[in-house]
Each structure stands twice: as C-alpha cells, then as structure tokens.
Design a protein around this ligand. Structure first.
Ligand code: ASP
Ligand code: MG
Length: 254
C-alpha cells in the first residue's frame, strides 16, 4: 500500500462535471489499495475572478482582505470534491490550509511555508478516509489566512507530501507531462518520461512553465518524487525524481 498525494489544478476542477471526473480518479486510486490525500486549486478562473471583484471596488485593497478572499476559491473546490467523493461511495474529509496545519510567515500574497503539521489529515487517513486539502493557503502567526503566491497549490501539494512522508506526489494538469517544447507551438515536441530536479529547474528558468519553481525546489530539498500528468487522459506523464532512483519502486505509474 502506498501513500499518494494527488494535486488537481484549476483546469482539472473547472466545473462540477470535472469535479465528478476527478472524484472517480481519486476513488479509483484509493480502491487500488492506496491511501490518498488530495490538494486542490480553485475552480477554473475563480482566483482571477475574485481578484477582479475586489479591484472593481478599490484599486488598492488591503492585503489581509485579499488573502482572506482568495482562500475562498480553494474552499469551494475542496468541499465540492468531498461531496463528489461521497457520491462515489467513498468517505472524504476536506480541510482548509489552517485545519491541515500549514503555518506560514506573514507575507500576504506571497507567504512562505514555515511548517506543516497535518495531524488532522493523518488522522483522517488512518481512519480510512480520503483527505482533501485546500491548496495555496495557510495561516500566519497571528492566525490570519495567507496565500502562497499565484500557482502556489503545487507547493502546497509537495509540502503536504513531505510532511506526510508520501511515496509520491502526483501533479494533475491539462497536459500529458513536461515536453521538450510547448507541443501546441512545436509539433515535434516530445514528452520527457523522466528527469531530475536540477534539469527541470534549468528548463524552468528558460521558460517552461508546467511546474511552479518553488514546488520543484521544495521537492528537490526533500527528494520527493513528482509525477506530472494529465487528469484528462490515462497516459503516463513526466516523473521528476532524484538522480539515479529506481523508477520501478514508484507507485501508481499506470
Ligand atoms: N488558485 C491559485 C491561483 O490561481 C493557486 C493555484 O492555482 O495553484 O493562483
Ligand atoms: Mg488556479
């Protein structure tokens, strides 16, 4: 039995049909005998829409209130996913960043994770539940909601995987992994089956943007294997792993 963290980005949970599709995939992973914790982004363009709403009221809104506002996006997707998993006949429990034990510094809008103490997530998993965690958020020392910067849910997922001692962190997106170039622009672009952290960081700095840089650095620091793959297909994606690792030891590659 493996412990798997799955992260689903905004395009994978864009509407309720997508959320139902994701629920099926999560339950399928659980039914294969794994423990599953899920990190979700906000649905589709929700975060942008929330920001636009605030800016339509005041062009210089208070940072604290912006973070409070933005954390609402992930709360919607986490609870709808829990509902969808229940509808599939499995048990799921959703947690905000605060409930999942994400402690950050005080920088609103670009907070850094200081510690992750996911006691309630561990407890849910040990009871046989699927745990769902809102990405992109935590709390600062004052107890106020903070956000980790745009695209921050990837980092939430890796940080949760590290804190839980997961076997792999799967990052589900709308492309089949990481390619040698953007396949929408360069038709001859090839999918990279596996790559080490250092090489992906070099690629990222020349503009390949599938994974948030901070998430890769975090994974590298703790040797957490990543599997970047599409939630819309069954094809294998790209493994981002420590140099020299035996890929056959990794779970859920099919
Ligand atoms: N919802 C947040 C954003 O759009 C975080 C994320 O998607 O990773 O930036
Ligand atoms: Mg998003």
């Amino acid at each position: 039995m493996a412990l798997i963290v799955q992260k689903y980005g905004g395009s994978s949970v864009a509407d309720t049909e997508s959320i139902k599709r994701v629920a099926k995939r999560v339950v399928e992973t659980e039914k294969k005998g794994n423990k599953v914790a899920v990190v979700v982004s906000a649905m589709g363009d929700t975060t942008d829409d929330l920001i636009d709403q605030a800016l339509s009221i005041d062009s210089n809104p208070p940072e604290r209130e912006m973070d409070m506002l933005m954390t609402a996006g992930e709360r919607i997707s986490m609870s709808l996913l829990a509902v969808a998993i229940h509808a599939e006949g499995s048990r799921a429990h959703s947690f905000t960043g605060q409930q999942a034990g994400f402690f950050t510094d005080a920088r609103y809008g670009a907070a850094h994770i200081k510690a992750v103490r996911p006691d309630r997530v561990k407890n849910a998993l040990s009871l046989g539940d699927i745990a769902i965690v809102a990405g992109f958020q935590g709390i600062n020392a004052k107890g106020d909601a903070t956000t980790l910067g745009r695209g921050g849910s990837d980092t939430s997922a890796v940080a949760l995987a590290v804190a839980l001692g997961a076997d792999i962190c799967e990052i589900y997106t709308d492309v089949d992994g990481i390619f040698t170039a953007d396949p929408r622009i360069v038709p001859s672009a090839r999918r990279i089956p596996s790559i080490d952290y250092e090489s992906i960081l070099e690629m990222a700095s020349c503009g390949s943007k599938v994974l948030a840089l901070r998430c890769v650095e975090y994974a590298q620091r703790f040797n957490m294997p990543l599997h970047v793959r599409s939630s819309f297909s069954r094809r294998p994606g790209t493994l981002v792993v420590p140099d020299g690792i035996d890929l056959r030891t990794l779970p859920n590659l099919d």
